[in-house]
Structures are given as C-alpha cells and as structure tokens.
Ligand binder design. Structure first.
Ligand SMILES: [Mn+2]
Length: 328
C-alpha cells in the first residue's frame, strides 16, 4: 500500500495554501469522484481548494457531495494545480498554458500512457481509478468522512464496473470495504450511478442497437450514434455512456467499438475488449489512449470514414495478437 512520491506530495501540501483540482473533459464517475474527494480532503486540511472541470457534469453524478463547488472554468492562479485522471494536459480542455493556473503542477493518474507532464507525477497504472490513488494520499492525513467516502467509492465502482472488470484488485476491494465501514451505502450509490435510466437514454439505446454489426467472425462488435439519433431520442450526449457494453457483452466478441458523431467531421471512438486485445494500443494509433480493456480516441473524420479506418485498425490488432493471451 505504498504510493511513490508520497514524500514530495506531503512536502507540497505542507508548504502551499491554494490548490486548483482539475480533471478531464467528458467527465465520468472517476474524474468527478476523485476531484471532489481530494477537494473536500484539502478543505479539511485547511487549504483553499477549487475544483474545476471544463465541461457539463452529467445529471447522474449530481448526487455526489460537493458537486456544486465545481466550476467550469479556471479562475485565478493557485499555488498548486493538481490534475486527476488525465493522461495529458489537453484532456483538461484548457486553451491557455497550464502554467497560467498553477505554480506547481501535480499529475495524479492511473492511465498507462500518461505523458508525465507534472512537476510531480503520481502515476500508477495498477490503480483501479484515480479515486483509489486519492484515498491512499489522504487516508493518513484526515479522518475520511461520509462525503469524501462516497466520492471515492463512486470513482472506484465506475472505473471497475462495480468491481467486475480486470482492473479490480484486492486493494481496491479493501478500500471499498473501508468506505462501506465509514458509512457508504453500496445500494444507494449503485442506484444513482447505474440504475437510473432516463426514457430518452433507453430510446437512444434502441436506435444504437439497430446499428450493431459484427465483423471478423463475430469477434468485433461495432455500433454508432449520430447527432440525428441524439435529436430523435432527445437524449443528451452523456446518455451514450454504457451503451458500448451491450456490444462488449455479446458472447464471442473480443473488441467492441462505439462511434459517436460529435460534429460533421469529428468522431469520438470508444473501445473495449474482453480478454486479450490491448485496446489502448489501438487508441494510441489515433492519438488517443486509455487502458488495456477500455480506451478511446477522437478521429477528425466524418463518422463513416472514421468507422472504416478504426475498424481496419481493430482487425489488424486482432490479427497481430493472433489469439495469444496478452497478460496484464
Ligand atoms: Mn479513471
């Protein structure tokens, strides 16, 4: 249970007063949960802490304690800017230089392709989530209260699919147990995060399932979502989350791909794998990244062209691996 660079982190904490806690655009449970847990912990330590996510917070995460504190733009320069769950600076959605907003940059992440852009980098690709790293950083400094615990719990269960994915470790299960000891109600959090579906999201799911196609002997399952489908279903973009799992869960499928039309010539691509394909390597070919079993990229092409080039790369990855199990 040791964190590299804990000493330097403690030194930075001790000698600075104001902190900006930031995470990536297109926020998910881990980015929001890790930002809020660290923000609340720093406040408990008597620091000024401002959480920033330059994007809309999805409705379903608005139950998280402290979410109203999050601002959607950077304001003043802090002593320290802490980036969470973001493999590179661009993921923060900043147009300006990151140095405009922090004298010291601390980069806390669990993506294995992290660009190590911080003055201090606390990057552990074996961690289930950024929230898990936050837990280890703060556990000996403050008494973790229920509000902080719910945020870390949400980080871990969203990034591990409720402790089902291959990034579920004994450590993250122990942390979940600690958080339940503190007072987190697993059924309450699960209901907020996984079981509250809007009618519009079900309508969107129906449209997306209609686009399902299977390739390479049913080893690849692909779906797409166009802007028109969002309009017809009246779904919001955030409601596309989780749809890719319907493709991934088909028996025999190794790689699932979901294409989302962001603009006429910008396509967002989500990639998931089940057993042996490293989808982060496929995403990296298109300047994206992620993890072994979950990755993504943005392709500056209309959705049909994006489908063609990415599916080619997925087929090539399947052929490359040749079915040899790639160990984690
Ligand atoms: Mn994460």
């Amino acid at each position: 249970m040791s964190i590299a660079n804990l000493g330097s982190f403690n030194e930075i904490l001790k000698s600075n007063k104001s902190f900006t806690i930031a995470s990536h655009v297109d926020p998910d449970g881990d980015s929001i949960g890790s930002v809020l847990s660290l923000t609340l912990a720093l406040k408990k330590m008597g620091k000024c802490a401002e959480p920033v996510i330059i994007d809309k917070i999805p409705e379903k995460y608005k139950f998280l304690p402290g979410n109203k504190l999050i601002s959607n733009q950077f304001s003043s320069r802090s002593d320290v800017l802490i980036s969470l769950d973001s493999s590179d600076i661009n993921r923060l959605g900043l147009n300006e230089d990151i140095r405009d907003y922090g004298n010291i940059i601390v980069n806390i992440d669990h993506h294995k392709n992290n660009a190590l852009f911080g003055d201090l980098n606390i990057v552990d690709s074996s961690a289930s989530s950024a929230g898990e790293i936050v837990y280890q950083l703060i556990k000996d400094k403050i008494k973790i209260d229920n509000d902080i615990a719910i945020n870390i719990y949400t980080s871990i269960i969203t990034d591990t699919g409720s402790a089902r994915y291959s990034n579920t470790t004994p450590l993250c299960l122990r942390i979940l147990a600690d958080l339940v000891d503190i007072g987190v109600k697993p059924d309450y959090v699960s209901r907020q995060v996984f079981e509250k579906r809007t009618l519009s999201s079900i309508k969107l799911l129906k449209l997306a399932l209609d686009t399902l196609e299977l390739l390479e002997n049913n080893k690849i399952a692909a779906m797409y979502i166009t802007q028109e489908m969002l309009e017809v279903s009246k779904a919001m973009e955030e409601e596309t989350e989780g749809i890719i799992n319907y493709a991934r869960e088909i028996d025999g499928v190794e790689v699932a791909v979901l294409f989302r039309e962001k603009e006429k010539s910008v396509t967002k691509v989500g990639l998931r794998s089940n057993e042996w394909v490293d989808v982060s390597k496929i995403a990296e070919k298109f300047n994206g990244g992620g993890h072994l079993r979950a990755a993504g990229c943005i392709v500056e092409l209309p959705i049909n062209q994006a489908r063609a080039v990415v599916l080619n790369a997925v087929s090539a990855a399947l052929a490359d691996n040749g079915g040899i199990l790639c160990k984690e």
